[in-house]
Design a protein around this ligand. Structure first.
Ligand code: GLN
Length: 554
């Protein structure tokens, strides 16, 4: 029988429920249990696809084309398995389903209510992944903080499930904060007590407390927390701030979070978690042999969650290359052709990020031009690829009005056009080209060499595409379409061969990079950045060895 673990949050948001849930899942998976994670979000949007990154950080995309919460990215990166639409459910989706059923007449004259109709639908969705004996353990992260009005139906649904399935099949982990008051030099347990009390008032008692803290929790304090929150003392887990999210599974193993879960669920411990590959990765991450500086050019760079998957993919690729990747966030709105050199000459490589709309577009184009003309390794993703095509058209092909019709609908030189099947779409939610599609690569391309194959499949999230009318012109002048969708001919990858590393892709490789499977394009990109750093160093050393008088005379 499938066992269920719920992760709730208390005291404050941003405590890292997603990372704790993913770390626990990793440990259970590493002990041989078939484990999956899902996230329930208490907002009314049907999915986060229409949310601005300022509201919700990155929108993550699954193989089956679901636009989801960024925590699903952590789940995939930690577990190295795919998630799907079923792994992320919002209140909006639940209500939409129940209301549609009501319109169909499915409730036969009954009054449709939060309890039981909404809570029943929550329970149905929670247990969906547990059907057909697919998984031994399903971990469900409940978004929001206990005490929020919108969390109540979820707490009630979990209470009912725990009652129906029994405490040995259903446990609740409450993630909470133990603040340190420096004036009093004390860790304070009261906010945790209040948060647990609030949950208990709604009929749900946590089985395990994971306590975020800046200082170690001594045994006396653990005992006090256990006593006042009504859990066993071994169920009070200390979660100190970690140097990287990838250390959290190891920290949780040390604190025996996996063992206490298995004990409470009545499952045999099995073998010790097999984490060799994970530890090897951590070792490389902690002891890099070199360093590169990569410029990340986008319009949301001040938000650390907006490009989450890209930043994590860079970390994975850095570890493979035994190289620390320092990311310089460059706001595309502040970049111009005048300051591009000054801003970019210190970079070893440049990544132009995905995005929507015209803000900061000219800055992205200036950055790409600089990278192309100065042999700086360049990686363009989605909008980054589209702008690479616009830059090439304007500055190499002399098409002065070249643009994407997303930014300039009336341009005569639309090198990036609206996809045919998007032309009649008016609704915004879930209507882009989403999810995994096949792509065939030219066998003599750099991308094929990096992937070690010509047949790939990558995830997408876009409405616009390269306009194939211009393809011969681009090809003749050195920008080559080396990857295409085999069915539609849609250009997926552009390369400039006469450049150390110039790869632009319509898809989003960042979504598929995991700790155990770092993405080959990111790995190749960081390798190119390393080579460029070495090259720049040797050029500057050569300059130093030339007498300054000679340099001045020239
Ligand atoms: N705005 C572009 C499009 O819709 C690019 C999207 C993206 O970068 N994800 O095609």
């Amino acid at each position: 029988m499938t066992k269920y673990i719920f992760v709730t949050g208390g005291v404050t948001s941003s405590l890292g429920k997603g990372i704790i849930a993913a770390s626990l899942a990793k440990l259970l998976q590493a002990r041989g249990f078939r484990t999956t994670i899902q996230k329930f979000d208490p907002y009314i949007n049907v999915d986060p696809g229409t949310l601005n990154p300022y509201e919700h950080g990155e929108c993550y995309v699954t193989e089956d084309g679901a636009e989801t919460d960024l925590d699903l990215g952590h789940y995939e990166r930690f577990l190295n398995t795919h998630t799907s639409q079923a792994n992320n459910v919002t209140t909006g989706r639940i209500y939409q389903y129940v209301i549609n059923k009501e319109r169909e007449g499915a409730f036969l004259g009954k009054t449709v209510q939060v309890i039981p109709h909404i809570t029943d639908e929550i329970k149905r969705r929670i247990t969906l992944l547990g059907q057909n004996n697919q998984f031994d353990i399903v971990i469900t992260e409940l978004g929001g903080t206990v005490g929020d009005i919108e969390s109540l139906p979820y707490i009630e649904a979990v209470r009912q499930l725990k009652w129906e399935k029994g405490d040995e099949n259903c446990i609740v982990i409450h993630l909470t904060l133990i603040p340190y008051l420096s004036a009093a030099k004390e860790l304070k347990t009261k906010p945790t007590q209040h948060s647990v009390k609030m949950m208990s008032e709604n009929g749900l008692n946590p089985d395990i407390l994971v306590c975020r803290t800046e200082k170690p929790l001594y045994n006396d304090l653990k005992r006090k927390i256990a006593l006042f929150c009504n859990v066993t003392q071994d169920a009070v887990i200390e979660a100190m701030d970690a140097d990287t999210i990838y250390s959290v599974p190891i920290e949780m193993m040390r604190e025996k979070l996996d063992e206490i879960c298995l004990k409470k669920l009545g499952l045999k411990m099995g073998t010790e978690p097999e984490l060799n590959k994970w530890k090897e990765f951590l070792n490389k991450l902690h002891y890099p042999k070199s360093k590169v500086t990569v410029g990340l050019i986008g319009k949301y760079v001040e938000l650390q969650d907006a490009y989450k998957s890209i930043l994590e993919a860079l970390i994975h690729a850095g570890a493979v290359n035994e190289c620390k990747v320092e990311v310089k966030n460059i706001h595309s709105e502040y970049l111009t052709s005048e300051n591009a050199r000054e801003i970019m000459e210190h970079l070893d490589a440049v990544l132009v990020a995905p995005g929507f709309g015209s803000r900061g577009i000219e800055g992205k184009i200036d950055a790409i031009r600089y990278a192309r003309e100065n042999n700086v390794p360049f990686f363009g993703i989605c909008l980054g690829m589209q702008m690479a095509c616009v830059e090439f058209a304007r500055n190499v092909l002399d098409m002065k009005h070249a643009h994407s019709i997303e930014m300039n609908p009336s341009t005569e030189e639309a090198v990036i056009a609206l996809m045919e099947d998007q032309k009649d779409i008016a609704a915004m939610g879930g209507t882009m080209r989403l999810g995994a599609f096949d792509c065939v690569l030219e066998s003599d391309s750099k991308v094929a060499a990096l992937y070690h194959t010509t047949q790939i499949s990558e995830r997408h999230r876009h409405r616009y595409e390269f306009n194939n009318e211009y393809l011969p012109l681009f090809e003749k002048n050195g920008m080559e379409p080396v990857g295409k969708n085999p069915k539609t001919g849609l250009v997926e990858v552009m390369e400039i061969k006469n450049h150390p590393f110039y790869i632009a892709v319509q898809f989003h490789p960042e979504y598929k990079s995991t700790v155990e499977n770092p993405h080959p394009l990111f790995v190749g990109f960081i390798k190119a950045a390393k080579e460029n750093a070495v090259h720049k160093l040797s050029v500057s050393q050569q300059k130093e060895s030339i007498p300054t008088t000679y340099l001045e005379n020239n």
